[in-house]
Design a protein around this ligand. Structure first.
Ligand SMILES: [Zn+2]
Length: 285
């Protein structure tokens, strides 16, 4: 395809010398005006220019030392790369420091540890710790935990596959206190190959905490895993119940709130003492 010079408009035939710009080509007549010969150095310089820039250079008529220009360009490229590298390193260091600060506050609070997750009841937050394979840490607020699915996979002594734990109901009355202790424990299992929980978070993300991921026979190791499993289930039940209570009772005026607490009292979800305490608090007695 025939090219035209972007400066003077003349056709440039296939075999005549030309310099390729970012947005066109220029003919030999034009590039000679600024002292170029079509050398390798001229070519690599031209690739970084556009027609308008070249037009004004040709109008000025100054000779361009493309070797010097290229050297300067390389140097500035090198400098900006070094700057980016430094910024990345700085960012990594800031991130490291943030993580270490957060981690130490969780440790100071004696957060409960399950696999790589720390549950801090003071902060009402979960910290997903960094691991060798995963440098990302994450904070999850207790109030963002929606529900969870217990995972127990293995083979029972009586050769029944899988045991499903009671599913948490949506009814407030059915959920408070009803779930803790519902797990059968590891006693019935001959071996277990998966044990843990999948936790659902408000933003539709999930995270999983596993205590057993390979076939494990009955014994101390499995007992310990089931202890951890029971603990995390109890903890999550508590978090989820308290989130539900907050949603149910959050926005109303004091009188409406007292009515709701009365309902909870009538359904034996809270005790008379708890109800009286709440009532006093809400009426400023
Ligand atoms: Zn031309």
């Amino acid at each position: 395809m025939a090219r035209s010079c972007t400066i003077c408009g003349k056709k440039i035939s296939l075999f005549s010398p030309a310099l390729i710009l970012k947005d066109g080509s220029i003919c030999k007549d034009c590039f000679s005006k600024i002292g170029l010969t079509g050398s390798f150095s001229d070519n690599s310089w031209a690739q970084r220019q556009n027609s308008n820039e070249l037009k004004s250079l040709i109008e000025k008529g100054d000779s361009i030392d493309t070797k010097a220009e290229n050297a300067t360009f390389k140097l500035s490229l090198k400098k900006s790369k070094a700057k980016v590298n430094q910024e990345v390193a700085d960012e990594r260091e800031r991130n490291n420091k943030n993580y270490q600060d957060i981690l130490s506050t969780f440790n100071n609070d004696n957060a409960q540890k399950f696999d790589k997750y720390l549950f801090d009841s003071n902060k009402q937050q979960v910290l997903k710790k960094r691991t060798l394979l995963d440098n990302e840490y994450k904070l999850i607020s207790y109030s963002d935990i929606v529900n969870y699915t217990p995972i127990q996979r293995g083979e029972k002594i009586h050769k029944q596959h899988t045991l499903t734990r009671a599913v948490i109901g949506n009814e407030l009355a059915g959920s408070v206190g009803a779930i803790v202790g519902a797990v059968s424990g590891g006693k019935d299992f001959e071996y277990v190959n998966k044990l843990g929980v999948i936790v659902n978070v408000k933003d539709n993300s999930t995270f999983s905490i596993y205590f057993i991921t390979t076939k494990t026979k009955k014994g101390a190791l499995l007992d310990m895993a089931f202890d951890n499993f029971d603990q995390i289930c109890a903890l999550l039940d508590g978090i989820i119940d308290s989130n539900r209570l907050n949603i149910k009772i959050g926005k109303d005026d004091p009188f409406e709130k007292i009515k709701k607490y009365k309902e909870l009292l009538d359904n034996n979800i809270i005790s008379q003492e708890e109800f009286e305490a709440k009532k006093k608090q809400l009426l400023n007695l």
